[in-house]
Write a protein that binds this ligand. Sequence first.
Ligand code: ADP
Ligand code: MG
Length: 835
Amino acid sequence: MGDGGSDTGEDPMLDSLICVAGSSIKRSGFIASHSSDERERRVIFVNAGGEELRRQGHSEIEVETDRFFQGGDVLRTDEEVADGGDLPSIYQSARCGNFCYEFRDLPPGDYSVDLHFAEIVYTNGPRGMRVFNVFIQDEKAVSELDVYSIVGANRALQVMNIPVSAGKDGVVSVNFQGVVGSPTVSGICIKQGAPELQLVSSGRDGKSLLCDNCFAPVKLTAAENKAARMSFTAKYEREIRELKAQCQMKQDECYEAWMSLTAANQELEKVRAELDVKFFQNFTLGQAMEKETEKMAKISSKYEHDRRLWVAAIDELERKMKAIKSEHSQLSFEAHQCANSIPGLNQMVTAVQSLVGQYDDLKMKFNEEQERRKKLYNQLLESKGNIRVFCRCRPLNMEEASSRPQTVVEFTDAKDGDLGVLMNGSNKKIYKFDRVYTPKDDQCDVFEDASPVATSVLDGYNVCIFAYGQTGTGKTFTMEGTEQNRGVNYRTLELLFKIAEDRKKTISYDISVSVLEVYNEQVRDLLASSPPAKRLEIKQVSEGVNHVPGVVDMKVENVDEVWNILQTGSNARAVGSNNVNGHSSRSHCMICTVVRAKNLVTGECTRSKLWLVDLAGSERLAKTDVQGERLKEAQSINKSLSALGDVISALATKSSHIPYSLATCMLLISTIGFRNSKLTHLLQDSLGGDSKTLMFVQISPSEHDLGETVSSLNFATRVRGVELGPAKKQSDTTEIQKLKLMLCQLKCKDDTIRKLEENVQVLEGKTKSKEQFSKSQQDKIIDLENQVELKAELCGHLEKRLSHVYEKMQRKEEACYSFQQKVISFIILATFQRS
Ligand code: ADP
Ligand code: MG
């Protein structure tokens, strides 16, 4: 037997590793034998993965450097290998990996192989990290060797005496095949001769092969040895099979256990995941709950706040409602009282209504009457003649009075319009005019007769009023007058405003004034603040309407404005003239008043003009005086006055009672020379037709002026159409009386209507105020009732909202409660699953 005791037989686990008979496993390193025999038997000893080693002495050992190998790597350790025997250093190196050893050139014969191992890499285990098989000459010699599991780390292990035969080729191959991990080997020793057989099967002591009969040690041949080995092998194989079956059983059990463990693990994982989910849910639910709780707290505080507000508001409303109710009852009471205090209110209302009806009726009648009055008034004026001439004689002036002159005029029949003029002392000539004013007649007397003509402009008629006569006879006095003794101009406009004011309920008037001057056949605007860029021209704007473009047309609202304008014009007249009186006597001053009327009842609109003209002096100058500028002036004046005389007398003829046809009249009128002078051209649309013309012929009583007086009177007579005058007048006397009577009656009717109107107005006012009072009371009551209703509605609405909010709160509370319950159940479930 080899060196050292074998562990085989003592440990069944080690036995199971050995696949060939005779070999054994030893848990220690190489111990050299002292016998030379043993030394001689060692054919080859290689230090796998290491260097050559040599130990001299009585047990001389020679270990060759690593060779005969194919493949693999070298492993080394500096750590000491325990139980390394005589050559502990060979265990500090190893060949590792996929390798084999092939020993060649060995003489054919039996050999035995020692293999040296140590686990120097996986020093901390565990078991099963390196498991491998060893094949010698392709026969498995060691099965599933795990050095670590047998001796642990850095400890030597030997598999000894593996029998092997070298054939003719002299090759012994040692093959390492890994089962788990890579195989390693630290040294291989090939010894000559087969190993001595160790008896196992029949040997009782396990040390030697003994005969079964005589217990003598038995020497076995190689064949017997093989047979014995075979039987061992069979025995071991049987055992192996049993063990394998057991192992399989255990494996199955293990598998089942593993499977159930896996399943349990999976289940656990699932449960864990679920738990995680639940935990997460729980967490989020907790958070949500916190939020909800917060919200709820807010809502409840808001609700509480709102509730308090609503309660206060309701209290307030109730209080107000009470107050309103009491006010309402008070007002109803007052209304009743009020209604009771006016007995027969309904009768009164009906009476007033009937009065209103009567009033409307009367108004209509009044309008009709007014229309008739206007017609009659016009007829009356026409009967007097549309062209009328008044003669006014001024008093003797201071100078004349002091020189005791003879007056050449006589006013005996002045009331009948007769004026006597003493020619050459005794010869008296009678002139007939529509009116004759003595020097004693004042401005009021003059205006009284002139006003009907002047004011007919308000009825829509065009009117011209002239003052004609020699300079110094009172033309300007009659027209303008003085501030203390105002003339026709101012008085006319004053009266126009007065009448307009009286008629304002039925007619609205717009009155505007422009002031012009005609001098040397040139038109000048006396109201213009600066001289015009170009000469003013007369233009026909429409059929029968003339206009001077660029002329200032001042709208006037009252008499003060009128006076200012007249003054402005009068002052402007003096500008640019050295001799004011001289200039004014040689120019025509023309005030044009335009009246725009709108009948508020019928809607009828009219536009009419009133011309107030202070003509230039009509005196003829002595031929010796007439030179230069004066000649031009005289010619201009003469031209314009002649044209005026021609035009008026022509119109007087054309509008006479002679029954011309309308077309003939128009033809005749068209032949009249209006354009012969600026004066007549300007007046064209206000002369003739329905227009009223009034001329004041101004005369002096002095015998010094007799010539001019006669001339003026002749002119006036011609203008008046004297040949038609008397006949017309006479034939019209009865008619005039009749018309006067009618006018009187109309005036009476007017008065009655006015009184009735006033009565109706008073009654209307009273009824209206009563009606308004009762209406306002009723309105108040309705208003209060509405308010009460509104407030009641509001209360209902508020109550509804409150109950709604309360319901909502309850719902939220319930939701929170169920939420809490859920969370608690989740927590319980999670805790249960974890435990
Ligand atoms: P004319 O404008 O025709 O040149 P005026 O009007 O300037 O004349 O009158 C000349 C003067 O005679 C003025 O001083 C004026 O006051 C005076 N006069 C003219 N008519 C009357 C009258 N009817 N009563 C009193 N004074 C008069
Ligand atoms: Mg004058």
